[in-house]
Design a protein around this ligand. Structure first.
Ligand code: ATP
Length: 237
């Protein structure tokens, strides 16, 4: 079997003395949507930020495309084909939509950036309509689309999404999940962190359940969605 695109093994992350991630291991294979689900504070964001190089692990390995990322700083992780769409969107509020997208292409030359912006506009027609609008005046759903579009500007082979549905009305949640499916169908491998477990499990191939810094369950998403413990704890039934 081919090597996984991303292989995280025995990850331990601390905030000062707080042992937030206590030996998390998971894999993402090329072409998959893999989801990390779990309650508030389970360690999902910490795991994602560590994979992206924003936080340092005290122990464990992160291998991406067969290469150990241990000592690779965050800005170089992007060069290697990984992009993070962070929790809370973090778009540049005083910049226009187009400028935000251009920021996502800082690893690429102008011609490549121009071409990619057109691809992103095709995927997100709303961003094209609003190209000259200040990001701070976009709605929450529109800002989420912009954050995803910005992450796609580096043409990542792995797109990591942190709580893309957070704070959005149900109709927009559906729209965002449709876009995630479309990005996946177009060939992007996706690592999805979500508190909306039922939505996440409905589009993922496989999932890992995080509980207080540990992986408590893992398996095909459809199996987890039918598991009694998962249903009781995360699916409201
Ligand atoms: P949420 O969905 O609320 O973001 P999460 O599953 O992403 O939850 P994390 O944000 O990764 O969880 O938090 C994991 C643990 O680390 C929690 O106990 C949290 O309180 C702690 N933690 C997170 N950020 C910090 C920080 N900057 N300083 C200290 N502790 C932190």
């Amino acid at each position: 079997m081919a090597n996984p695109l991303l292989k995280v093994d025995d990850l331990h992350v601390y905030y000062g003395n707080i042992h937030a991630i206590k030996g998390v291991s998971f894999e993402v294979n090329e072409g998959e949507i893999v989801s990390l689900i779990g309650a508030n504070g389970a360690g999902k964001t910490t795991t994602l930020n560590t994979v992206a190089g924003l936080l340092k692990a005290r122990k464990g390995t992160i291998e991406f495309q067969g290469e150990n990322l241990q000592h690779v700083p965050a800005h170089k992780v992007v060069n290697r084909g990984m992009a993070l769409c962070p929790e809370g969107r973090r778009v540049f509020l005083n910049m226009t939509v187009r400028e935000n997208l251009e920021m996502g292409a800082y690893t690429r030359n102008d011609a490549e950036a121009k071409e990619t912006i057109e691809t992103v506009f095709e995927r997100f027609p709303l961003l094209k309509e609003r190209a000259w609008q200040r990001a701070g005046t976009l709605s929450g759903g529109e800002q989420q689309m912009l954050a995803m579009g910005r992450a796609m500007m580096s043409r990542p082979s792995l797109l990591m999404l942190d709580e893309p549905s957070m704070g959005l009305a149900p109709i927009l949640v559906d729209e965002i999940f449709d876009i995630i499916k479309a990005l996946h169908n177009a060939g992007t491998t996706i690592l999805l962190v979500e508190q909306n477990a039922s939505k996440a499990l409905s589009i993922a191939d496989r999932a890992y359940v995080l509980e207080t810094g540990n992986v408590s369950m893992e398996g095909p998403a459809a199996e987890l969605a039918n598991d009694d413990r998962v249903r009781k704890a995360y699916l409201g039934g």
